[in-house]
Design a protein around this ligand. Structure first.
Ligand code: ATP
Length: 694
């Protein structure tokens, strides 16, 4: 019996095995533990890896990393992968059909995006959904993870043998989005720690246990070296794309999901990082006996062979679903032999892609794709029993039946509102404190504007001319509590809202806690920067020096700042993206300033628009500040000069005498309350589940 040498290094070993000579040697040897013993770690890799599958007759299929990808010896019949225990099905779907209405000229057509897709994922399996662009990969992933919006979805999906429960499914599964939207200023460790605090219930985990879990995820995902590095974003350099992706996956794995869905986890990564990400997912999936499904674009041969199973999709139809190791044999069996040195994934994608170059090429590729789909239907109906899979005949009703005595899988309880709130405020404050661009822009802007405005209206006198200047400086104070508060915060808020929408999709925390926490973190910043501004302007320009009046002015200014934060939240919660926010926000603020009372006397504005002042916070704030400043003031008029004798005359002339200072302040707070509540309602509406459940 030939003896195989002990070889260190997987590639060399694969090359050795792949060589004709060694293939012959191996084929002649009954393969058992003794023969492969000499390979040490390598053998366990082989047993786990579909790159090398061995059937009962010792025939081998090799699809390794050394450039030899085609099948070596045909294997018949196809076998289920060793990794997935088919008795332990986590998710099963049958005849999933997704259609959307499309407009073609005046006609409305129905387009089938997914055409009666059937399959299942078992504990310990990592499945890749592969296909050309537009094949329906993301749609399938979304249908299975319950993230389909619009269109019509039919078929059946069972989770642990039962109908999926909208209340718990999202918390029992995890979805890693293609874009890793995370707080840029937090470190890797902080990101995972906050995720653990928010996602793991206090009733089941102590803080120490949560920290241990974070440490173990960091170790498992090989993030120890960067645990204290900031995540970063386009503006601030942070961790690499691959590390970022691993952090995203880590955050999702904290809760022990039963199923992990990943949308293009390797997009934008180099081949080594992609390989690492996929291998880690596979490792975790095996260790925890969970299921993982991911969409992937043009995987390298090594990555392709890492998956336990693949779903090859073309034009919404399954062209192959089964063990990765036997895909080559399956295609060879139907007349498509993958060339020896070609990446099987590339070869399959080429087969499944429509060729739009010429009419003939399109017709040929269409009929090839239709043939591939039909072949697979026939193949599967033959092997239906062996694969423990529901039927595939088009038009038949789903064969899945929900098993009422299947154990009911409960999601973990939530943490208390106050705990969520405190954690979010803590996370926000750290994030904000490290957002120097935002803080500096707010602080420097306040200080510089205070100095410029203060010296522009330096030391106002009590003469007739000072009336105009006082009206001007008060208006600038009002203005400073609008644009400078709303615009920078709006950008930050919309970014954070998007993080919230992602976290909410996994039901991480309540909407109210997010919303109240956001208000709590933005209001102090607005107030502190506002105080810096008003202190400078008030004393340099020498507005009325009276302690009571100063604090009233400060109070009014603070109220308007709160209104502006509430307005920012309302706009931020209502718009689709920051570009729209940057159009709508300034447009409304400009209108408020136009009708604020300085540029046009409110009593002279056409009645059609005059009412606008009653819903205008700028008007109430300006009116209150004018009353506060001018009441009780007298002016030194030169003889013959037309001038106001006292402040009351100014207040009346500018039609600011409708309400007392306190009433104006009350109206401001009322408007703030309306904005806050409306913002919350908009947010709730935005995140209201619109997903289709089947
Ligand atoms: N709601 C919808 N309305 C109209 N068309 C849709 C809708 N959802 C998906 N589609 C279309 O269905 C096809 C499949 O979309 P899907 O995003 O699943 O493709 P994909 O395989 O993930 O492609 P890619 O790899 O390019 O992301 C695309 O042509 C897409 O435009």
């Amino acid at each position: 019996m030939p003896i195989l040498p002990k070889i260190v290094g997987k590639n060399i070993a694969l090359k050795m095995i792949a060589s004709t000579e060694n293939r012959e040697i191996l084929n002649s040897v009954p393969l058992d533990a003794h023969v492969v013993e000499g390979f040490g770690d390598l053998t366990s890799d082989f047993h786990q890896s579909p790159a090398l599958s061995i059937n009962n007759s010792n025939a081998m299929s090799i699809a390794g990393s050394n450039g030899v990808y085609g099948n070596a010896v045909p294997i018949q019949p196809l076998k289920a992968p060793s990794s997935g225990d088919t008795s332990n099905v986590i998710l099963k779907w049958d005849k999933l059909k997704y259609e959307v209405k499309t407009k073609a000229g005046k006609n409305i057509d129905t387009r089938v995006i997914l055409n009666e897709i059937t399959g299942q994922v078992c504990a310990g399996e990592t499945i890749a959904i592969i296909g050309s662009s537009g094949a329906g990969k993301t749609t399938l992933l979304n249908a299975l993870s319950s993230r389909i919006v619009g269109g019509s979805l039919s078929g059946q999906v069972l989770f642990h043998g039962r109908q999926r429960n909208p209340g718990t499914y999202k918390r029992l599964t995890a979805y890693v989005q293609q874009d890793d939207i995370m707080h840029a200023m937090l470190t890797v460790n902080e990101t995972l720690s906050y995720a653990s605090r928010l996602r793991l219930p206090n009733s089941q985990y102590t803080q120490e246990e949560k920290s241990e879990r974070v440490a173990s995820i960091i170790k498992k995902l090989r993030l120890e070296g960067i645990r204290n590095s900031q995540i970063g974003n386009a503006k601030t350099r942070g961790v690499s794309g691959g590390e970022r992706k691993r952090v995203s996956i880590g955050a999702e794995l904290l809760t022990d999901p039963h199923l992990l869905f990943l949308d293009e986890p390797t997009s934008g990564l180099d081949s080594n990082s992609s390989q690492l990400v996929v291998e880690l997912i596979k490792q975790v999936t095996r260790e925890r006996q969970i299921g993982a499904m991911m969409t992937i674009h043009q995987p390298s041969a090594r990555i392709f062979n890492t998956f336990d199973k693949v779903i090859l999709l073309s034009q919404g139809c399954i062209v192959y679903f089964g063990p990765t190791a036997t895909a080559i044999d399956y295609f060879a069996g139907i007349g498509y032999q993958c060339p020896m040195h070609e990446n099987p994934a590339d070869y399959f994608i080429d087969l499944m892609t429509l060729d739009f170059r010429t009419k003939e090429a399109l017709a040929d590729s269409r009929s090839r794709v239709a043939g591939l789909a039909q072949n697979f239907i026939e193949y599967r109906s033959k092997h239906k029993q062996a694969d423990n899979m529901p039927g595939l005949h088009a038009g038949e009703k789903s064969e899945l039946t929900s098993v009422s005595d299947a154990p009911l899988v409960e999601a973990s309880p939530r943490n208390s509102w106050i705990f969520e709130y405190k954690t979010l405020v803590h996370r926000d404050s750290i994030n904000l404190m490290r957002n120097m661009t935002f803080l500096l822009s707010q602080g420097v802007q306040s200080l510089v504007t205070a100095l410029i405005v203060g010296f522009m209206f330096f030391y106002l006198k009590h003469d007739a001319i000072s009336v105009q200047n006082r009206l001007g400086v008060l208006y600038i104070i009002v203005l400073n509590a609008t644009f400078p508060v709303v615009m920078p915060s709006l950008q930050t808020f919309v970014q954070e809202r998007d993080i919230m929408l992602r976290e909410r999709a996994s039901a991480v925390y309540r909407v109210t806690t997010f919303y109240v926490a956001k208000a709590t973190s933005f209001i102090p910043i607005a107030l502190i920067t506002g105080i810096i501004f008003i202190l400078g302007v008030y004393f340099i320009s020498h507005l009325v020096f009276d302690t009571g009046k100063f604090f009233i002015a400060l109070g009014i200014f603070a109220c308007l700042n709160i209104v502006s934060v509430a307005f920012m939240l309302l706009i931020g919660c209502s718009v689709e993206n920051i570009d729209i926010a940057f159009v709508i926000g300034p447009a409304i603020l400009t209108l408020q300033l136009l009708f604020g009372g300085l540029l046009a006397n409110p009593s002279t504005i056409t009645p059609v628009l005059r009412w606008l002042r009653w819903i205008n916070p700028v008007y109430y704030a300006y009116a209150a500040l004018i009353r506060n400043e001018f009441t009780g003031m007298t002016f030194e008029c030169d003889s013959g000069e037309q001038c106001y004798e006292n402040g009351e005359q100014v207040v009346a002339t500018y039609s600011m005498d409708h309400f007392s200072i306190w009433a104006n302040a009350l109206f401001l707070l009322l408007i703030a309350a309306v904005y806050f509540v409306s913002g919350y309602a908009m947010l709730r509406w935005k995140i209201k589940p619109k997903y289709i459940w089947i």
